[in-house]
Write a protein that binds this ligand. Structure first.
Ligand SMILES: NC(=O)c1ccc[n+]([C@@H]2O[C@H](COP(=O)([O-])OP(=O)(O)OC[C@H]3O[C@@H](n4cnc5c(N)ncnc54)[C@H](OP(=O)(O)O)[C@@H]3O)[C@@H](O)[C@H]2O)c1
Length: 247
C-alpha cells in the first residue's frame, strides 16, 4: 500500500526531486529529502511537504563514502528503507569539437562519478538495507530520453543515463528473488530551474503537445513505479516524454 513507507529521494532540494518528495509525502509516506549543496532550497522543500516525520539528509554521492553516508543517515532517521529514488545527477556541457581534452576528461569523470557510480553505490547500500530487513522494497531511477535520442553537447550525460537504465535492468533481475523491484523513468525536457535557459519554442515543439513536462508529471510516473501495483513493471524503462521521441 502507498502511505506509511520510508522513502529516500536523492537530489530533492528543487526540480524533479522536490516534486517526487512532495508526491510521496502527499501519499502519507515519510521522506528523507537529500541534497548536496542547496541547503536553503532543501529546507524550503522540507517545509512544503505534507504530513510529518520527514528529514533532511546531506551528502556528496560522488564518493563511495558519501553515497554510503547518505543511505546511513536516511536509515538512522527513518528506519529501514522501503523506497529509494535515484534522482541526483549532473549535466556538464562538453561538446567534443569545442572542448579541450583536459576539460573533456574532467566532464566525463564528474558525470560518471555522480550519475553512474553515485547511483550504483547509493543503490547498493539501500538494497542491502532492504535485504537485511527483509523489506520488499522499490528502487526507481530517474534516467533520461537522452540515453536513446543522444546528447550531442552532453555525451557523458547521455552515456551515464543509458548506463543507469541498464543498471536498473540488471538489478531488477538480481533483486527480484528478494521481492525488490527496480525500474527507471526516461523523461524528455522538464521545466526545472536547471534547464530553464534551454527551453525554447523549438524545444517545446519536440513534443506534439507543444510543451515540456511539469516536474509533477515525472513524479507521478516515479510514484507509480514504486507502488505495489507496479511489481510486474520491474525492469521497465518508462518513457515520460510527451511522445517527443518514440523508440
Ligand atoms: N530537467 C530535465 O529536463 C530532465 C530531463 C530528463 C532527465 N532529468 C533528470 O532528472 C533529475 C533531476 O533533474 P533536475 O532538472 O530537477 O535537476 P537539478 O535540480 O539539478 O537536480 C539534480 C540534483 O542532483 C544533486 N546533485 C548533483 N551533484 C550531486 C552530488 N555530487 N551528490 C549528491 N547530489 C548531487 C543536486 O543537489 P544540490 O542542488 O543540493 O547540490 C541537484 O539538486 C536528474 O537525474 C536529471 O538527469 C531531467
Amino acid at each position: 500500500m502507498d502511505g506509511n513507507r520510508t522513502v529516500l529521494v536523492t537530489g530533492a532540494a528543487r526540480g524533479i526531486g522536490r516534486a517526487i518528495a512532495t508526491a510521496f509525502a502527499a501519499g502519507g509516506d515519510r521522506v528523507a529529502l537529500h541534497y548536496a549543496s542547496r541547503r536553503a532550497e532543501a529546507e524550503e522543500a522540507l517545509d512544503g511537504l505534507a504530513g510529518s516525520g520527514h528529514v533532511l539528509v546531506q551528502g556528496d554521492i560522488s564518493t563511495p563514502e558519501g553515497a554510503a553516508g547518505v543511505v546511513a543517515a536516511a536509515v538512522e532517521a527513518l528506519g529501514p528503507l522501503d523506497v529509494l529514488v535515484n534522482n541526483a545527477a549532473v549535466n556538464v556541457a562538453h561538446p567534443l569539437d569545442r572542448t579541450t581534452f583536459e576539460d573533456w576528461q574532467d566532464a566525463w569523470r564528474r558525470t560518471v562519478d555522480v550519475n553512474l557510480l553515485g547511483t550504483a553505490h547509493v543503490t547498493y547500500c539501500a538494497a542491502r538495507n532492504m535485504i537485511d530487513h527483509q523489506v520488499r522494497g522499490r528502487i526507481v531511477n530517474v534516467g533520461s530520453r537522452g540515453a536513446f535520442k543522444g546528447e550531442p553537447d552532453h555525451p557523458a550525460y547521455g552515456a551515464t543515463k543509458a548506463a543507469m537504465h541498464a543498471l536498473g535492468q540488471s538489478l531488477a533481475v538480481s533483486l527480484a528473488p528478494h521481492g525488490i523491484t527496480v525500474a527507471s523513468v526516461a523523461p524528455g525536457f522538464v521545466a526545472t530551474e536547471r534547464v530553464a535557459d534551454r527551453i525554447s519554442a523549438a524545444v517545446e515543439e519536440q513534443s506534439p503537445f507543444g510543451r515540456v513536462a511539469a516536474p509533477e508529471e515525472i513524479a507521478a510516473a516515479v510514484k507509480y513505479l514504486a507502488s505495489p501495483e507496479a511489481v510486474w513493471s520491474s525492469g521497465a524503462v518508462l518513457d515520460v516524454n510527451g511522445a517527443s521521441y518514440l523508440r
